[in-house]
Design a protein around this ligand. Structure first.
Ligand SMILES: O=C1O[C@H](COP(=O)(O)O)[C@@H](O)[C@H](O)[C@H]1O
Length: 233
């Protein structure tokens, strides 16, 4: 079983301060070591308060490049766009925010195009920060016909197009996601989740390992390094 350390908080606000502190430390350490930092941030609702606390930190944001862990294939000004929330918070701070999708409607082509964009970045990321949906998806590794391809993509492949099946209720659209190998190549992996239901789901997925039916379980079964999981009710 993987080595996972759970950090529990009394509230989402408390988690936001703590995780912003940890992510800030990861970025500053990368800046000290390499003079630049690349981080992949999750979409969805859970990280928003943490983004705010992180963006308020004084650091040389101009040296920080941010990509999303995954993107929903919607226009960039759509509420559901992951890069929209990231850009709104971190561009004013001075960070370099890079979208991974444009206006390619075909999800497989959009995945190829995202991969090409990411090939231009210095790899690996200092951090891949993941969330998890109520259905056990993470980034946009979803159940469906494209899951295996995203899990088994060759080491050099960084992003791929995915059609969730079943579709998630909150954003029922095709996606582009970092592949399992791209996620696992990160120097640090961190997960943030809220609520009892997600906690039980994640604990079960970790315990089931390779035999997990959930994308997050299949992803984490291959993690080599220790990971931190931050949880608030
Ligand atoms: O669709 C997505 O959902 C997950 C989880 O989001 P949350 O709102 O339940 O926190 C997110 O991590 C992922 O990036 C996003 O595309």
């Amino acid at each position: 079983m993987i080595e996972a350390e759970w950090w529990e908080y009394d509230s989402a606000d408390e988690m936001a301060d703590a995780v912003a502190g940890d992510v800030g430390f990861i970025i500053e350490s990368a800046l000290d070591a390499r003079g630049a930092s690349l981080v992949a941030l999750p979409g969805g609702e859970t990280p928003k308060a943490i983004f705010k606390a992180l963006a308020a930190k004084k650091m040389p944001w101009k040296q920080v490049t941010i990509i999303p862990t995954d993107e929903r294939l919607v226009p960039m000004d759509d509420q559901r766009s992951n890069i929209r929330g990231i850009a709104q918070t971190f561009i004013p701070a001075g960070a370099r925010v890079i979208p991974i999708t444009g206006d390619i409607a075909d999800y497989k082509l959009a995945g190829n195009s995202a991969d090409a964009r990411l090939q231009d970045l210095p790899w690996p990321p200092d951090l891949v920060w993941l969330g998890m949906g109520q259905d056990g998806h993470t980034a946009s590794l979803f159940a469906g016909p494209d899951l295996q391809g995203a899990l088994d993509a060759p080491k050099a492949r960084r992003a791929i197009g995915v059609m969730p099946d079943p579709m998630p209720e909150d954003a029922p659209v095709a996606r582009v996601t970092l592949t399992r190998s791209a996620i696992l190549s990160a120097r640090t992996i961190l997960i943030t989740i809220t609520g009892k239901k997600k906690r039980e789901l994640l604990e079960g997925a970790i315990e089931d390992g390779q035999s997990s039916k959930l994308p997050i379980g299949r992803l984490l079964a291959e993690v080599d390094q220790p990971i931190d999981i931050h949880w608030a009710p």
